[in-house]
Write a protein that binds this ligand. Structure first.
Ligand SMILES: C[S@@+](CC[C@H](N)C(=O)[O-])C[C@H]1O[C@@H](n2cnc3c(N)ncnc32)[C@H](O)[C@@H]1O
Length: 342
């Protein structure tokens, strides 16, 4: 028995999802695989991560099963973060290699790639970003939306968002049809008020949960809080866009079962697989009535500065010709006269 919890819509399976898919899920039966697998991180998480060199091989067996169990209209969405090469300020290619393997070797189609921007992401690795100042904050994860055929079912009408102020004024004051410098012909159709805007493939979602029912549930019972939860708005975006009520969604790397939680609210059938009992125990709390009533919508608008905003006032200093290989700290006098690291 691997089923440790169930509702009328879904179940949490405490199991290795690879064996579970092989033994219990039939071909062409799943509408959406929505997941965030363990990443190949430099700093290992508690639940164990594959080394970047072994990652693609490890994932391939899962990828084959995803392809087999998905319906022809189905989708696979993978939230994945990049990683650094140990000891040097360069990036691993593992998540690109993963994407290439899934498409070139297993036959998936890349329906679209998304970027999840987490505005609250800390600047890491501190050595390259804060101390040597030779790289910038890595604040996006990729979300690969893959499909078994080039025509997965989908509608962007399900995930519209409010017009920006500039779009509202454009709609109010009218728009003159013209050709842009890029050569694009902007027709009058652009001034039709559709009540809401089509989102770009950049999703701004902070990961700052601090007082949710799930957290309180775990704290009160002394249960382990999952250290790598994604915000529910992320899977909800794809579940809304790619599935209908009554469809079946699986998360093979379920963690704290955010995917099951969202599906339960949206009336989708769901299966969450998670190997580790210390996470499934907390996941069960997500299905308490009070938890299910919790408000999870967020109407925050993020403003991203144009990168040129401060160019005029920044100090122009020569670049280190060794690319920052030697660690040099710049000491600046603060107003109190104390030296501060900058
Ligand atoms: C990045 S976490 C997922 C977190 C989840 N999205 C959430 O928001 O809570 C990946 C999870 O996959 C689990 N895992 C790793 N290999 C697994 C396997 N073969 N079968 C089931 N779960 C697995 C790990 O224990 C870990 O909890």
């Amino acid at each position: 028995m691997t089923e440790i919890f169930k509702t009328t819509l879904g179940s949490i399976q405490e199991v290795d999802s690879l064996s579970y898919m092989r033994e219990s899920i039939s071909d062409n039966s799943i509408d959406l695989v929505m997941t965030s697998p363990p990443f190949a991180l430099l700093r290992k998480k508690d639940y164990g991560n594959m080394a970047e060199g072994e990652y693609v091989n490890w994932f391939e067996a899962f990828g084959k099963e995803f392809f087999r169990i998905l319906k022809p209209s189905g989708s696979l969405c993978i939230d994945i973060g990049g990683s650094w090469i140990p000891g040097q300020p360069t990036r691993s290619l593992y998540h690109f290699e993963l994407l290439i393997m899934l498409c070139r070797k297993l036959g998936f189609h890349l329906a679209q790639e998304f970027y999840w921007w987490n505005p609250s992401k800390l600047p890491t690795p501190a050595e390259w970003v804060n101390i040597r100042r030779i790289r910038v904050k890595d604040a996006v994860n990729s979300v690969y939306w893959l499909s078994k055929t080039p025509w997965p079912k989908a509608s962007n009408r399900r995930i519209l968002y409010p017009y920006s102020d500039s779009m509202k004024s454009l709609l109010k004051n009218g728009y003159h049809a013209k050709t842009r410098p890029s050569g694009h012909d902007i027709s009058n159709n652009f001034s039709v008020d559709n009540q809401a805007a089509i989102p770009p493939n950049l999703l701004a979602i902070p990961n700052t949960e601090s007082n949710s029912y799930y957290l309180r549930y775990c704290r009160e019972r002394n249960l382990t809080i999952h250290p790598a939860r994604f915000p529910s708005i992320l899977p909800e975006f794809f579940i809304r866009m790619l599935t209908d009520e009554g469809d079946l969604v699986i998360d093979p790397f379920g963690g704290s079962c955010v995917v099951g939680d969202v599906c339960e609210r949206l009336n989708r059938h769901w299966i969450c697989c998670e190997l580790d009992r210390k996470y499934t125990l907390g996941a069960i709390g997500r299905f308490d009535v009070e938890s299910q009533k919790e408000q999870i919508y967020d109407a925050t608008f993020y403003k991203i500065f144009n990168p040129s905003s401060l160019w005029e006032v920044n100090d122009i200093e020569p670049l280190n010709t060794d690319g920052g290989k030697e660690r040099r700290l710049k000491i600046k006098k603060s107003s109190e006269g104390k030296g501060i690291n900058q």
